[in-house]
Design a binder for this molecule. Structure first.
Ligand code: TRP
Length: 329
């Protein structure tokens, strides 16, 4: 049986930048791993290292980040035999297709992208052309595998919409070639900052629980987590800790603390201690595995190279078809 046509193709890019926190894990990484285990889906997960070049970067950090992200995904349980996992830059066809798309996309379509406008403001000294054509590369990432579903967060919805626009333009002009990909919106899960529970957790300082944090760090940060509330209002910090408990705690703990919450006898110190233990245990194997993997950079490089060679097969087929359709061959 030809399974290639019966599976739903899922495509997602992984950012290389920075440390991953528990919000990233629950909001994205965990779903990626679940998707890759689903036999009805063919997943392409790649490290978006070409996109990383659009904002300031250091070569040494970039290569280290690529290995770090790779080790993180593998240590969390992503099985490279069940999906296609590779660095974008190792499949040159992505950049090739993005050029074709650049030539199809009217400038105003790119200029209206909110991410472009935000980043241009943020990096005034480096508004490079890549920043503007970022979504054309992203459309190429998706369409080169004829992706139908794209698991992204809300901030990337506009880019997936642009991929649909490009697909439609190409199909109208050159004949049906690409499906119009849909956003596979990740459940909006808002893990909040520990130090300011009114804003989302980001990767800085003590507001964030990083996947790499040691048990001591986890416990230290949780101890400091803000739980104060305005008179008569629910404590947003408390809600956040309870939300974490639903993900990392046992059924008994969840019931125990929910009861305490309802009867007004909840002790924050007890909740925080329990959470610290649960989260540390949850990521214990991960931490060990990741260290083992980071000590074997050649192995990581080999996993990525194998993924890239699988991806390249599919990518070349699409490029051949595209070249024929547009008259390059
Ligand atoms: N732009 C995405 C982000 O910032 C990463 C990305 C690049 C991506 N190419 C993609 C996501 C293709 C989905 C599909 O998160």
């Amino acid at each position: 049986m030809n399974t290639k046509n019966t599976k739903e193709t899922i495509v997602a890019g992984i950012r290389t930048s920075g440390k991953l926190h528990i919000g990233n894990y629950l909001g994205a990484l965990k779903n990626f791993i679940e998707l890759s285990e689903d036999n009805t889906k063919q997943c392409y997960f790649f490290i978006a290292d070409l996109h990383a070049l659009t904002t300031p970067f250091e070569p040494k950090e970039l290569s280290q980040n690529i290995l770090d992200v790779t080790a993180t995904y593998l240590a969390l349980g992503l099985n490279p035999d069940k999906c296609v996992f590779f660095p974008q830059s190792q499949v040159g066809e992505h950049a090739f297709l993005s050029w074709i798309f650049n030539c199809l996309l009217p400038l105003p379509e790119l200029e209206r992208m909110t991410q472009y406008k935000d980043k241009a403001k943020q990096h005034k000294a480096n508004i490079n052309a890549g920043l503007l054509t970022y979504p054309a590369l992203m459309a190429a990432d998706i369409l080169i595998y004829k992706g139908r579903a794209v698991p992204v967060g809300e901030d990337q919805v506009q880019h997936v919409e642009l991929a649909r626009i490009v697909a439609r333009k190409f199909n109208n002009r050159f004949g049906q070639t690409f499906p119009e990909p849909k956003t596979y919106l990740q459940k909006p899960l808002r893990i909040m900052s520990l130090s300011d529970p009114n804003k989302k957790m980001s990767k800085t300082g003590d507001e964030s629980l990083l996947l790499d944090d040691s048990p001591e760090e986890i416990s230290r940060k949780l101890k400091k987590a803000v739980t104060a509330s305005e008179p008569g209002k629910k404590s947003p910090g408390e809600e956040n800790l309870m939300l974490l408990l639903t993900h990392f705690g046992s059924k008994e703990q969840i019931t125990y603390f929910a009861d305490a919450q309802n009867s007004g006898t909840l002790k924050y110190s007890e909740l925080k201690e329990n959470l610290a233990r649960d989260i540390s245990e949850y990521f214990e194997q991960f931490r060990e595995k990741k260290q083992e993997l980071l000590a074997r950079p050649e192995f990581l490089a080999e996993v990525l190279a194998q993924g890239a060679s699988k991806a390249a097969g599919a990518a070349r087929e699409t490029i051949f078809e595209v070249k024929q359709k547009i008259g390059l061959i």
